[in-house]
Design a protein around this ligand. Structure first.
Ligand SMILES: CC(C)(COP(=O)(O)OP(=O)(O)OC[C@H]1O[C@@H](n2cnc3c(N)ncnc32)[C@H](O)[C@@H]1OP(=O)(O)O)[C@@H](O)C(=O)NCCC(=O)NCCS
Length: 267
């Protein structure tokens, strides 16, 4: 057996980095087979995200639904850890990219991850319905299995909003998309059934939240669960950028979690 290292051939290097996303030659840049000069002006930013991630262009109606989900998630104020972290980081003498990356790095299973988990939950209900259960049976099973592991169903409830203001407009858009044949509506029905079962007999409701409503959209549009998180991260990056930039213009250095006015040295 030949164990000596040898120089890789150009073909081996090209194969190693083979991708169907982009093709470059001097003077040529194609994204998913479309010359970039044709994309510019013909594709919106959200349609371009879809194109790169999925390999095909969305219809204008599909792009509009995805855009609604991504608009809805852009920001939730500085009490969200990702935003607070970006605002603190940008005062530490780093570049705006470091501040953004720090904020994005805080987006995990319990901060921004509920959308991915909710897509998984809804997809499981839809799969069991396809397997022959009726919607209520499928939902009851999946909800019971989830609650045996965790008290909280992803995509429902909110610490701050009694009813998430982003829920109704997003679901109205999905309803319209179902009516117009843009999406099938099975994940939407599953989400509403989860909400109905979850709230049976409760006096204080636990309504669907932003992560639930956007999970419905991502699932209806056929995005795999991890992409729901990826798309959320892209969306929330807008708020992270805006907050980091605003903070950077306010002249504070080394902003910490407490106002300096209440720290002992300032009393
Ligand atoms: C966001 C969240 C932490 C807010 O929780 P909270 O309002 O502080 O809720 P509490 O822990 O005080 O629970 C209040 C009641 O609602 C219930 N509840 C709240 N969210 C629930 C959920 N997602 N699934 C099931 N029950 C839920 C609790 O079991 C509790 O019931 P009880 O009154 O019978 O004891 C919680 O709803 C949650 O973890 N949701 C799932 C994760 C998620 O979607 N996160 C994204 C938020 S935008």
């Amino acid at each position: 057996m030949d164990t000596e290292p040898r120089d890789a051939t150009a073909g081996e290097v090209a194969d190693w980095w083979a991708t169907s996303i982009s093709r470059m030659e001097p003077g040529v840049l194609e994204l998913r087979g479309i010359p970039v000069q044709e994309l510019i002006g013909s594709h919106g930013f959200v349609a371009t995200i879809w194109l790169l991630v999925r390999g095909s262009s969305p219809t204008p109606q599909e792009a509009a639904l995805l855009e609604a989900a991504m608009v809805a998630s852009v920001d939730h104020g500085p009490q969200a850890p990702s935003i607070a972290i970006a605002r603190m980081t940008v005062t530490c003498g780093v570049g705006i990219n470091n501040a953004m990356a720090s904020g994005v790095n805080a987006l995990g299973d319990s901060h921004g991850g509920a959308g991915q988990q909710c897509v998984e939950l809804l997809s499981e209900i839809v799969a069991r319905e396809s397997g022959g259960l009726d919607l209520t049976e499928a939902t009851t099973q999946v909800v019971a299995e989830h609650r045996a592991r965790s008290r909280y169903l992803p995509g429902f409830g909110h610490r701050f909003h009694p009813v998430d203001p982003r829920r109704a407009p997003l679901l109205a858009l999905v309803d319209a998309a179902v009516e117009n044949g843009v999406v099938a509506g099975r994940h939407l029905r599953a989400a509403r059934e989860v909400e109905r079962l979850l709230n049976e007999g409760r006096t204080k409701p636990v309504p669907m939240n932003i992560d639930g409503a956007t999970a419905v959209i991502y699932a209806e549009l056929g995005f795999a669960p991890p992409l729901a998180r990826g798309l959320f991260v892209l969306s929330r990056s807008v708020g992270i950028l805006a907050h980091a930039w605003e903070e950077s213009t306010q002249g504070r250095r080394n902003k910490g979690p407490m106002p300096t006015s209440i720290l002992p040295a300032h009393r």
